[in-house]
Design a protein around this ligand. Sequence first.
Ligand code: MOS
Length: 694
Amino acid sequence: MSTPADRARVDGPAKVAGLAPYAYEHPVPDPLYLFPVLAGIARGEITDLDTTAAEAVDGVELVLTHRTAPRLRVRLVPTLSILQSTTVRYRGEIVGAVVARTPEAARHAASLVRVEYAEHPHLAGLDEDHPAIRTPLQVMGARGRQSHGDVDAALREAAYRVQESYRTPQNVHNPIEPHAVTARWEGRSRGSAGGTRVTLWESNQGPLPSQSLVAGAFGLLPGQVEVVAPYVGGSFGTKGMPHPHVILTVMAARALPGRSVKTTLTRPQMFAGTGYRPASTQRVALAADAQGRLTGIEHDTLAPVSRVLAWADPTLNVTRMMYAAPARRTAYRQLQLDVAPGSFMRAPGEYTGMFALETAMDELAHTAGIDPIELRRRNEPGTDPESGKEWSSRHLMACLDEGRRVFGFTPSARTRTEGAWRLGMGVAAATFPMQYFAPSLARITFTGGGYVVSLQASDIGTGAWTVLPQIAAQALGVPVEQVRADIGASARPAAMIAGGSSGTYTWGGAIIEAARAFRARHGARPVEGATVRARGRMPAGMRKRSRHAFGAHFAEVAVDDLSGEVRVRRLYGHYDAGRIINPRTARSQFVGGMTMGLSGALHEEAYRDPRFGHVVTQDLASYHIAAHADVLEVGAGWVDEPDPWFGPTGAKGIGEIGIVGVAAAIGNAIFDATGTRLRELPFTPARVLEALDG
Ligand code: MOS
């Protein structure tokens, strides 16, 4: 069961030949093009609208505003409830759309829609002393505040202590393929919806959310909405749930039955309203005894939440389970703003929280004069500190020790230079939880001498087309060449979205069940058309274990103390991610996560202007991301120990753990190189210079 099988991506040739259709590219006859109109104020009411000039543009077929849009049946998600009233809740909210025969005509006409507003006072900046800051009861199902033991006493009596603040900026997802959807509404558009069929070719992480939300909003049954997404040009959480442009496009398609309406968002539109990683201001206090054993851990985080939808990252989950300490206190703090809501963005919470915790751990190691890996060994908990549960498996120390060896981790405490460059190394630990929510279904059919595995899974670039047949082939006991996947559409057995790094083990569990059921019913020599559908099952007693992936990140940096430039010369991650099913696609996930972490550490920072409520850095010229020249040597290795508590694949999930500890490892390396501690992301030349001068 644990023999890794290298396999190149089966979708690679179609992608590089331009033959893999993305959401905007599916060949449809005579398409129309939609361009949205976004609110130009942060909060208020629309007092007047003039669409005459837009309607007069040659090629315009439809102008949608709150006056002409259909009423939505169900308002499940407040953000999706667009064009239902005159109220503007955030800058960049959709207030209209133009549909035309060319994208150029639609865009031009949209610019001619005149909207008059009555502006109301708004709050769009995170004032850290604002009286309205509150601790929520819950963040993503976990308690808003947790406390065990006496942290204040632990801090008073500590032999070594660290008490610092850490800041992370708003980050914004930028998959290469922007949000896009092509929608066609066939049949009746008014009155009884019987006989209606809606087809969405959409860029998503799974068809289920769009199918059910669109059906609910327009008074249809889920079976009347077909969602197709065979190829997705990247997603890191932002395409997990549909955004307002999907509802807008279906509204337009409904008004133009039989026509296909295409929408693709521009980069600035994606910065306005398709989710983001919220900024955070965190305080961490660590108390340790003379041997470096933690006696107290305190961690709180302040983050903005949208008044429209209170999305918050679960920033403190990592601190609640990572290290043993008798006294622990964690609390979320939130301030409601008149802004678009945040959303899942690769390791939401873990990335942000571990930057603070793992920087603080490095500070403790230096304060106490203990090797940073040894410090973590001394604080390795036997069971989950918060829940008391046994670990399903925890090979963190193996990751740190083996990573140290492979990387050659030899911090030098400001002794290595190379011309103007100061060189240093840093390490940080990583963790990511199991996010199993619900079972998936899978169908296996024998046809044409081979097996077809069908389920709703979307391949967001992670390799589902490639690895799902590998899982099926192993379970069926046949060569992988005899199995192909049939995924990326709602008309397949229902499956979880590709989210929470849970796709492979959740889908794979269903596939293994289906393979066993197939063999039981049809034997080793099935007849043409033999088929079985099965539901994935997780091991009994699973919830009695604390289930997490682990990892260790190592960075080597060069810091120019004249310019403040940081170069990450080497990055390495060693992972406990359970069984590795395909080393090639796994490596790609790990290296991709580390690259995103490097980008977040050095460059990514969205600036929202509190006066107007919008992100000013709304394109890739001003919101900087790592370019190829920034990414030098990035490597990944793994422990490869299957974890049976994650289901029958033994895999723990690899999509998110790769980003988690990277920013801390880079910051810790900067400290090794310069003796200067940076506690605010990203580590831009300006911040590095300021810290060096301070
Ligand atoms: Mo991922 S941020 O769980 O889609």
